[in-house]
Design a protein around this ligand. Structure first.
Ligand SMILES: [Zn+2]
Length: 384
C-alpha cells in the first residue's frame, strides 16, 4: 500500500516559518472502520515516533486487501513541544508561552458547549432512544461534527484564537470520525510500558499485550483520548438510564511506552506488536499469525487512576538507593533514601523513606536532586 501523505499547517511563526504536521493515510481495498494514531504530543516522549515509523513501513509492505477501512498516522504531532529544549533536556510537556500541559487542551463536547441551543447528551438520548444503534451512531457523529465545525469557524474571526485552540482543532479534526484513537506517549521521566483504559472498554485492553493498565475511574475530558471518547461514553450512560444499554464501536487509548528523551527498543517492540495485534483483533488488518496466540490468555492488571500514589520529597536532598522501576513494594518497605544537607552546623543525614501502601512502582523521577515538595516516584495501588 502507498499512503496518501498530507501536510497540515498548524502555525505561522514570527520568523516567517510555518509549523506543520504530516498525516500518513492508508486506505484499505474495502471500506470499514478508521484508526487514528499520533505520537509525541508531549515533546520529550519519543518512542511513539519509532513505533509509527515501523507501522508505516509495515503497512507499505501490505496489500490493500489486508486492510479493511483506513489508518491515519501522525508522528511528531506537536513540533513546538518536540523542538523545545532547556540545556540538553527536552522539556516539552507544557506550552512555554502559557504554561499549560499540551495534553490538557482538547475540545470536549460537554464542557465547552458554546451555543445555548446545543443540546445536552441527556436530551439527545431522550430524543433518539428508539433509533437503531446504527442510526444513533450516525446522528450523534453528525451532532459532534456540526458542533465541532461551529467552534472551528471562530478561528476566522478578527479576534483570532489562542495557539492551543487552533492547534487542538487541527489535531481533533483528524480523528473526530475515527473508531479507534491511539495516542502514543512515554513518561516524561522513567517508566514501565502501560496503557490508560476507560471504564467499559477493559475487554479490549488485552489486545495490546501489555501487563499493566491504569483504569480511568476519574477524568475531566481535556486530554486527547478523553476528549475523543467522553461524549460517546456519556451517551452510553444516558441511554442506559433510559433502558437502552449499548456500546458504540469507539475506543481511545493512551499507550505509555517507556521513558522520556529515549527510544527504548523493547518499548518500541511492544508498542508495534500491541498495535498490530489490536488492529487485527478489531477486524481492520488481516495478518498471518495474528491475533497472537497469547492474546486469549493475557491478563492485564488494572489499577484505578484515583488510587495512584505520588511520593514527593519531604525535605530537599539527593536520592539514593531507590527501588527499581517495576518493583512490587509492600507496605512499610524501604522506598528510597534521601541524603540531606543543612546549614545548621550539623552533620549531613541519610533519611529512610518507607512505603505507605503496597503496590507497583511504575514511574520514577529522572533527577536525583530534589527540592522539598518535588516529585520522586509514583506507585499504582489497589489492583483490580
Ligand atoms: Zn505524555
Amino acid at each position: 500500500m502507498i499512503p496518501d501523505i498530507e501536510s497540515l499547517d498548524i502555525a505561522h511563526l514570527a520568523s516567517g516559518d510555518t509549523l506543520a504536521i504530516q498525516v500518513y493515510k492508508f486506505q484499505g481495498a474495502t471500506s470499514g472502520k478508521k484508526a487514528y494514531l499520533q505520537a509525541n504530543l508531549h515533546g520529550a516522549e519519543l518512542s511513539g515516533n519509532a513505533v509509527i515509523y515501523q507501522l508505516i513501513q509495515f503497512l507499505c509492505d501490505l496489500d490493500s486487501s489486508q486492510l479493511q477501512g483506513e489508518i491515519w498516522l501522525v508522528p511528531t504531532c506537536n513540533p513546538l513541544a518536540t523542538n523545545q529544549r532547556s540545556h540538553h533536556y527536552a522539556s516539552g510537556r507544557y506550552n512555554p508561552y502559557t504554561g499549560i500541559d499540551w495534553n490538557r487542551i482538547f475540545w470536549d463536547y460537554e464542557t465547552e458547549r458554546q451555543s445555548p441551543d446545543q443540546i445536552s447528551l441527556a436530551e439527545f438520548a431522550h430524543a433518539q432512544v428508539n433509533q437503531t444503534s446504527q442510526q444513533l451512531e450516525t446522528h450523534f457523529s453528525q451532532l459532534l461534527n456540526d458542533c465541532f465545525q461551529e467552534n472551528v469557524k471562530t478561528e476566522t474571526k478578527a479576534s483570532g484564537l489562542p495557539f492551543e485552540e487552533r492547534y487542538r482543532y487541527r489535531l481533533q479534526s483528524l480523528c473526530l470520525d475515527a473508531n479507534y484513537v491511539l495516542d502514543l506517549h512515554s513518561s516524561t521521566n522513567q517508566s514501565i510500558d502501560y496503557l490508560y483504559c476507560f471504564q467499559g472498554r477493559e475487554h479490549s485492553a488485552k489486545y495490546f499485550l501489555l501487563n499493566t493498565a491504569i483504569l480511568l475511574d476519574t477524568y475531566d475530558g481535556d486530554a486527547f483520548d478523553e476528549a475523543f471518547l467522553k461524549p460517546w461514553l456519556s451517551l452510553e450512560t444516558e441511554l442506559a438510564k433510559l433502558g437502552r444499554p449499548l456500546q458504540f464501536e469507539r475506543e481511545a487509548w493512551t499507550l505509555e511506552l517507556g521513558s522520556g528523551m529515549q527510544i527504548n527498543p523493547d518499548s518500541v517492540y511492544r508498542g508495534v506488536r500491541g498495535i498490530k495485534n489490536y488492529l487485527v483483533s478489531k477486524g481492520m488488518l488481516d495478518l498471518n499469525r495474528f491475533p497472537l496466540i497469547q492474546t486469549a490468555s493475557r491478563t492485564v492488571q488494572f489499577f484505578p487512576k484515583s488510587k495512584a500514589q505520588k511520593y514527593y520529597a519531604k525535605q530537599g536532598g539527593m536520592l539514593q538507593s531507590r527501588v527499581l522501576l517495576g518493583t512490587w513494594v509492600t507496605s512499610g518497605q524501604l522506598l528510597y533514601q534521601l541524603l540531606v544537607f543543612n546549614r545548621d552546623r550539623e552533620l549531613p543525614q541519610l533519611v529512610d523513606i518507607h512505603t505507605e501502601d503496597s503496590g507497583l512502582v511504575y514511574d520514577l523521577s529522572s533527577n536525583a536532586s530534589v527540592n522539598q515538595g518535588e516529585y520522586i516516584l509514583e506507585i499504582l495501588t489497589h489492583p483490580q
